[in-house]
Write a protein that binds this ligand. Structure first.
Ligand code: HXC
Length: 510
């Protein structure tokens, strides 16, 4: 056989992974194979595979006698997504259930090191049974090597984890230390210990889906940042996400051609905020009307819906949006919303993505459930995250900015660079009713007096002008001009430079 044919033969064998039968089983479960997934994720013909012929070196439990499958359960390499370099590793469930051995781990760490040297994003596609049971501590050591690199790369290159099958034991902690986790509905789950162990230890009976399926992790635990219907949709959305992300912390945001005029007025925004201050409206409408071509990639769509976070573009360049959502709990800040937004703000700041904050917040959510749940610490995370930002911060107050939440939501005082308010803005310590009931307690029961006091409070404080008089608001803007105002502010801030004091690292309230 010709030497080139021999190479092709070996490659073809490696590409078959665990063999036709296991590939068919994978397909029958509605899942694609590792290589099919990579094909969809990367630009056509751009994927260059590394270590295709790597095999395990285990000898225990008959591993030295059985067939050695080239690749050892993970496909690794690099390619491009819309022309930009991205590194990838994809667990191959058809080979030892994608479980991690010493050599399997070495393949992943090689790719992690390459991604760091090249300062390019890395994506992990997970579909695996955890540590290779036959290898014992060698597999545990391998996980440790991966974890350590995840942490060293944090804030240097974007790291994305996509859960596309089982993900248990050691496999959950690497994703947990990356920037984003996405899941595929019905075919993926993640937990530290599976249903059988749960039953043994706690007597609790639970299915894999109820313990760690996509709906649990996108709505309850917030471990995952989003979920998609199937492998195809998920991978195409990951391509879309990559287009928003910088390659590394020093590269600046990617820019794409945009045909959306930054001068575009949106007359409909002049009537977005209802006359009745208690009536909700959808803040996503404002985001969609501000960003280029209405293209917005939401992060954490199903968790803490009272705050919206995600990426859009203005004048072709990526911007992070954080917005209170009046449609859910009146946009109040609670523990979940605070930690969701805090994590997003820190991602943006780490990767030099400017942040636009849209404010309509009645305050922090009162009550024992919140206080017992650590609202003080969780709220502080968001306050800390914004205060620590050195990226451009543009803030627009559309309606309420009450109490501590006014300060927290990228106010001038904690570092907001350009702070605008719509004429409908109300900036005060609290709403009129609560305020009057406290400061005019003696008048309670006298409806006429209370009404007069309420009117007096509303006239004095429930407008943007008291804040504007003090310079806390740079200008009161017309809602229809919001896109242009944001675009101009971001252009002015493009070269923003702020030095923070030298220190080892801060001590964010975790
Ligand atoms: C070696 C494994 C394996 C593992 C699966 N396989 N998990 N081989 N080590 N951890 C192999 C199976 O033997 C089988 O081989 C093939 O993969 C497919 O597995 P099935 O069980 O047939 O598939 P399925 O029914 O879909 O179940 C998938 C599964 C299950 C839920 C993932 O395999 C499972 O529970 N595996 C063990 C999970 C686990 O406990 N892992 C250790 C976690 S501890 P054949 O040859 O039949 O195709 C851990 C510690 C690290 O990770 C901690 C670091 C912090």
């Amino acid at each position: 056989m010709d030497i080139l044919d021999r190479l092709e033969d070996r490659r073809a064998k490696a590409r078959l992974g665990g063999g036709e039968k296991r590939i068919d089983a994978q397909h029958a479960r509605g899942k694609l194979t590792a290589r099919e997934r990579i094909e969809l994720l990367m630009d056509r013909d751009s994927f260059e595979e590394f270590d295709m012929f790597v095999q395990h070196r285990a000898v225990d439990f008959g591993m030295d006698k059985g067939e050695k499958i080239p690749g050892d359960g993970v496909v690794t390499g690099w390619g491009t997504v819309n022309g930009r370099t991205v590194f990838v590793f994809a667990k191959d469930f058809t080979v030892f259930g994608g479980s991690l051995s010493e050599t399997h781990a070495a393949k992943i760490t090689k790719i992690q090191d390459m991604a760091m040297k090249s300062r390019a994003p890395i994506i992990g596609l997970f579909d695996a049974g955890g540590a290779r049971i036959q290898e014992g501590v060698a597999a545990l050591g391998g996980y440790g090597d991966v974890f350590k690199r995840n942490v060293i790369a944090s804030g240097v290159i974007p790291q994305i984890s996509v859960i596309m099958g089982p993900c248990a034991g050691g496999d959950v902690y690497s994703p947990a230390m990356t920037d984003f986790i996405f899941m595929v509905r019905d075919t993926s789950y993640m937990f530290v210990t599976g249903p059988d162990v749960v039953k043994t230890v706690t007597n609790e009976v639970v299915t894999a889906e109820d313990l760690g399926g996509a709906s649990v992790h996108t709505t309850k635990s917030a471990v995952a940042d989003g979920a998609f219907e199937n492998d195809l949709e998920c991978l195409l959305q990951m391509r879309r996400l990559i287009d928003f992300l910088p390659s590394n912390c020093g590269s600046g945001v990617p820019t794409w051609p945009s045909f959306d005029d930054i001068e575009r007025d949106e007359p409909s925004l002049d009537t977005l905020v209802p006359d009745n201050p208690n009536k909700p409206y959808d803040i996503k409408e404002l985001i969609l009307k501000v960003v280029d071509e209405g293209d917005f990639f939401e992060i954490g769509t199903s968790f803490a819906k009272n705050i919206v976070t995600g990426f859009g573009r203005v004048a072709g360049a990526t911007v992070g949006f954080v917005a209170n959502q009046p449609m859910v709990l009146a946009g109040v800040l609670d523990s979940d919303a605070s930690r969701k937004a805090a994590r997003f703000v820190r991602f943006c700041d780490a990767f030099n993505i400017p942040i636009v904050t849209l404010v309509d917040v009645p305050g922090f959510l009162p009550g024992t459930a919140q206080e017992y749940g650590g609202l003080i610490k969780h709220g502080a995370k968001l306050l800390f995250a914004y205060s620590q930002c050195t990226v451009p911060l543009v803030t627009i107050i559309t309606r309420k900015a009450f109490g501590g939440a006014y300060d927290v939501m990228a106010s001038k005082h904690i570092g907001g660079d350009v702070n605008y308010a719509w004429p409908t803005a109300q900036i005060a310590v609290m709403g009129a009713k609560g305020a009057v009931e406290i400061i005019f307690r003696q008048d309670i029961g006298n409806a006429e007096k209370i009404a007069a006091r309420t009117k007096e409070y509303e006239d004095r404080f429930l407008s943007p002008f008291v804040a504007a008089e003090r310079g806390y608001i740079d200008e009161v803007i017309k809602p229809h001009s919001t896109r242009r105002r944001i675009a101009r502010a971001l252009a002015m801030l493009r070269e923003k430079k702020v030095e923070m004091p030298v220190r080892k690292h801060d001590n964010l309230p975790l």
